[in-house]
Design a protein around this ligand. Structure first.
Ligand code: C5P
Ligand code: MG
Length: 225
């Protein structure tokens, strides 16, 4: 397809049936932890881009395994085609399961997409071609706090990037490549910022209130809680 035709592409999933919430925040902001809580509250399917990439990296026969390993160790963003395909496949698999419960009736679905989009090209392509997102749930805290959490997690996570050298690189990539994504969605009035410095339960209650408002149709501009 020619480049200029891409803006007329219809997304794979219809946003009137499939709700996509992007979950962003620096490394160690608590995205995964809070997503697990929101799954309990609202029956979301939680897809972590990082987890999907690590699974693909470890999948026997994957042609991308070594490439993914190198990018992750360096804290760099894996080329978007790979990540977007993994997400699209996982979304289709969840919809094909024909789950029951609120938000999953009649081919509907609700997804928390965690750690994505980390870079502008991913944001634009996913919204245009996979599913237009409804909200960005943005967890904010200081680098000092994130560093502390990641070093603690590194004691047991076994992750090749939870060491001080990789963490510093991840912070730099986050500031240079992911912050412009937040700006992009700010302009679309789709960002709900949650201060993630407090306790897990306090942050959970704030995040929960945001999602309740979203489902009640009460979010039409950027909010901060
Ligand atoms: O989100 P998480 O911390 O698990 O991501 C780990 C790494 O996976 C990132 O530092 C990056 O190398 C890679 N990643 C990516 N694109 C994404 C999400 C994660 O390249 N959208
Ligand atoms: Mg995570």
């Amino acid at each position: 397809m020619s480049a200029h035709a891409s803006s007329s592409v219809t997304p794979v999933f219809d946003r009137s049936k499939v709700t996509v919430i992007f979950v962003l925040g620096g490394p160690g902001a608590g995205k995964g932890t809070q997503c697990a809580n929101l799954v309990q509250d609202f029956g979301f399917c939680h897809l972590s881009a990082g987890d999907l990439l690590r699974a693909e990296q470890n999948r026997e026969g994957s042609q991308y395994g070594e490439m993914i390993r190198t990018y992750i160790r360096e804290g760099q963003i894996v080329p978007m085609e790979v990540t977007i395909k993994l997400l699209e496949n996982a979304m289709r698999a969840a919809l094909d399961e024909k789950r029951t419960g609120a938000g999953w009736e009649d081919g509907r679905g609700r997804f928390l997409i965690d750690g994505f989009p980390r870079k502008m090209d991913q944001a634009v392509k996913f919204d245009e071609e996979v599913c237009t997102s409804s909200l960005v749930l943005f967890f904010t805290t200081t680098e000092e706090e994130m560093l502390k959490r990641l070093l603690k997690r590194g004691e047991t996570s076994g992750r090749e990037d939870d060491n001080e050298e990789s963490i510093k690189k991840r912070f730099r990539v986050y500031n240079e490549q992911t912050m412009p994504v937040i700006e992009h969605f700010n302009k679309q009035h789709k960002v709900a910022s949650v201060d993630a410095t407090a306790t897990i339960e306090e942050v959970h209650q704030k995040a929960k209130s945001v999602i309740e408002k979203l489902f009640a149709g009460e979010i039409s501009q950027n909010v901060t809680v």
